[in-house]
Design a protein around this ligand. Structure first.
Ligand code: COA
Length: 677
């Protein structure tokens, strides 16, 4: 008997338990065990077979770690067909997250029961795949084509009650799955024919065409949503016996696709990222109350995120008016949550009562952690920490949200350096997923672990970073922008560069993005970096000239583009094109044409080079840390897996070639990473 699937006969009922931690994925041992269970239940002439899972969840999917290898028999679709065709009625008693192969297993059964709160979905789309064991073919036959398209093309999860309302469940129960299922089979209804034998209800003639248009727009280059739509269209137009093999063939083909590999890399990286070596042996400290200093956009976003995760928050500002304004900002975010249906009225009241806004540091005396989010000025930040340290416990954690300033300077003169850390949030802080967790030389492992735990509670992706100018994310951003500016001088327009990067899959190009976030921040950064910039490094001053002309981006209706009032659409501006041409002429540059591919290759090469330097210098522990920073903080397309994964996908030689061109284009301006030499 399989070690991960056991069958126990209780009277005339076969109890089939899957016990394959951590998430009962349908690896080869589970598949073998289920086949044996079908035979066993039949041999015993059981009245019904109940399949359930040990541990925290019903089957949460196929075993993703097997996807890089050739498929091994028995194949999942065959196992599930055996279950559906068995003379014994099968009952799935689900709990936890019933996803992908788990949902497919439930659909192969005659009856589906779910514990309250169980969540269902076909997340294959998020891994660049279509289901591989009949999911796209059975789901439309179970809950209708429209609802199936919604689930399969978005990967969205629904809970047991929603699935029940769609007609996808026979029973939602409280309590133990086995007990509930035994009760259910005591009065077993007559099974309907298996889902593979049914036909889905027809949909409107133009349904698939209009969905295709809608999804193409939304997917921004990711192909799996359209693949899933295609698979469901097979279910709507072909018998199961034809649709299912097509689904399986597409699933296997997609396992080898670059997009699926990239998305799987992102999935496993997200799980590995929270276990850096530097933290080994550390354990998170208890945090109940958090002080947030600064009630601006960033501070309010952080405070709201912390409240929402269940912490008490003291918001500190320099005077009572500013504290009141900070409170109003947080309450505005709470109101926004209510409006979008994310926060109930009751919860809103609770959040408000967990917030204190004050101008007196005494309000944070009993806080376990303080996060400073004030103006980016060393002196101001130092003063904040002096005040915090004099009011808080000596072991309370002190965190700075600085984007550029060296945290060791910020904390100078404060006692107990093991409690210092950087927690770099991205704006808007309650929405953006990335949290750079900055380790100082003195930071203790427990404090690091607390940073990661906080990230998890806030539902963020925490990435460990060492100290350098801009940490991981902004340092790469600044290399990217520098190279984009070189391309501008040498022949491109902002629009051409933006179009090329959108074509690559970025939500925005570098110039539209600067117009959106404002040109002042990078201007200030360039001024700050000026004294340490190598004298022979190529410097493009177009961005500075735009700022001097008070073109700060969308907020001033002009920046790299011009804008008409009330509209965010960028329009090319002769002023900027002339300025670029003048600057190029003054520098004696003969402008040349670049193809979109050349633009992408060069911009990606500098991103990869900077990422490689960051790993070489030990600022990031691994390539995957760099990838997740770009994906979760900078809109890098997840389906490309991040810049470092992309490099391995296209091959390091191609990156080297592009980087050679880059270095030739702008001599003395780039330091090459070892692996690109
Ligand atoms: N195949 C192989 N391993 C899987 C897996 C799968 N389908 N799903 C999860 N795991 C592993 C994770 O890598 C992690 O391993 P680790 O502890 O060594 O890092 C472990 O199971 C726990 O997963 P984690 O995501 O950390 O736990 P969670 O409780 O936060 O979430 C799930 C559980 C099931 C919701 C989540 O893991 C998930 O969404 N899994 C993928 C589901 C999926 O896409 N299924 C379709 C596959 S075709």
């Amino acid at each position: 008997m399989s070690s991960v699937v056991s069958v126990e006969l209780r009277g005339d009922i076969a109890l089939v338990e899957i016990n394959n931690p951590p998430v009962n994925a349908t690896g080869v041992a589970v598949r073998l065990g289920l086949l044996e269970a079908v035979a066993k239940a039949e041999a015993a002439n059981a009245k019904a077979a109940i399949v359930y899972c040990a541990g925290r969840t019903f089957v949460a999917g196929g075993d993703i770690s097997e996807f890089g290898k050739p498929p091994q028999e028995p194949h999942l679709p065959d196992v599930y067909q055996n279950i559906e065709d068995s003379s014994v009625p099968w009952v799935a008693a689900t709990h936890g997250t019933t996803l992908g192969g788990g949902f497919e297993l439930a659909m192969a059964c005659d009856f589906r029961l779910a514990q309250t709160g169980t969540r269902f979905g076909l997340p294959e789309v998020n891994l660049g795949l279509v289901p591989g064991a009949g999911g796209s073919q059975r789901l439309p036959r179970l809950i209708g084509v429209e609802a199936a398209v919604e689930l399969a093309t978005t990967g969205q999860l629904i809970d047991a009650q929603q699935l029940f309302d769609l007609g996808g469940l026979d029973l939602v129960f409280e309590g133990d799955p086995v007990e509930a299922a035994l009760e259910f089979v005591a009065d077993l209804p007559t099974p309907l024919s298996g889902l593979s034998k049914r036909s889905p209800a027809p949909v409107a003639d133009d349904f698939f065409a209009s969905k295709r248009a809608e999804i193409t727009k939304r997917a921004k280059g990711q192909t799996s949503p359209l693949d899933n739509l295609r698979a469901i269209e097979w279910a709507a137009t072909l018998p199961f016996s034809q649709g299912q093999p097509k689904e399986r063939a597409l699933h296997l083909e997609l396992r080898d696709s670059a997009q699926s590999k990239a998305l799987r890399h992102a999935f496993f990286s997200e799980r590995a990222v929270s276990k850096p070596k530097a933290m080994e042996g550390g354990a998170p400290l208890d945090i109940t109350k958090i002080a947030v200093v600064g009630g601006g956009l960033m501070g309010a976003g952080i405070a709201f995120a912390c409240l929402n995760a269940g912490y008490d928050v003291a918001l500190i500002e320099r005077d009572q008016d500013a504290a009141n304004a900070g409170r109003e900002r947080v309450e505005g975010l709470i109101a926004g949550g209510i409006k979008r249906g994310k926060i109930s009225q009751d919860k809103a009241e609770k959040l408000k009562s967990s917030l204190i806004a004050a101008d007196d540091y005494a309000a944070c005396a009993d806080a376990d952690l303080a996060i400073e989010a004030v103006f980016e000025d060393l002196g101001v930040k130092q003063q904040v920490f002096q005040s915090l340290a004099s009011h808080m416990r000596e072991d309370a954690i002190l965190a700075t949200n600085t984007s550029y300033i060296d945290p060791t300077q910020i904390f100078e003169g404060i006692t107990n350096p093991s409690r210092f850390i950087g927690l770099h949030f991205f704006s808007p802080a309650h929405i953006m997923k990335l949290l750079e967790i900055v380790q100082l030389p003195s930071t203790s492992k427990d404090v690091l672990a607390t940073g990661f735990d906080l990230g998890k509670q806030l539902r963020k992706v925490g990435v460990l970073s060492g100290i350098c100018d801009g940490f991981i994310g902004n340092r790469i951003l600044s290399a990217y922008r520098r190279q984009a500016d070189y391309l501008l001088m040498d022949g491109c327009t902002p629009k051409q560069i933006d179009d090329a990067m959108r074509g690559f899959g970025m939500p925005m190009g570098p110039y539209e993005l600067q117009d959106l976030t404002g040109l002042q921040i990078s201007w200030a950064n360039r001024k700050r970096q000026a004294p340490t910039r190598a004298p022979d490094e190529r410097y493009v001053r177009i961005g500075d000239l735009l700022c001097e002309a008070e073109r700060f981006g969308q907020r001033s209706a002009k920046g790299w583009y011009k804008y008409v009032e009330g509209d965010r659409k960028p329009h090319e501006d002769g002023f900027v094109t002339n300025l670029i041409e003048q600057e190029a002429k003054a520098a004696g540059i003969e402008r040349q044409l670049f193809t979109n591919q050349e633009i992408v290759d060069r911009l990606m090469a500098v991103m990869i080079n900077e990422g490689a330097l960051i790993v070489e210098e030990g600022i990031a522990e691994r390539d995957l840390d760099v990838d997740l920073v770009k994906i979760h903080g900078y809109g890098f397309p997840r389906w490309r897996g991040g810049p470092m994964h992309y490099a391995s996908e296209i091959g390091i030689d191609r990156v080297k070639a592009a980087m050679t061109d880059v270095a030739k284009q702008s001599p003395n301006s780039w330091r090459l990473a070892e692996r690109l030499k």
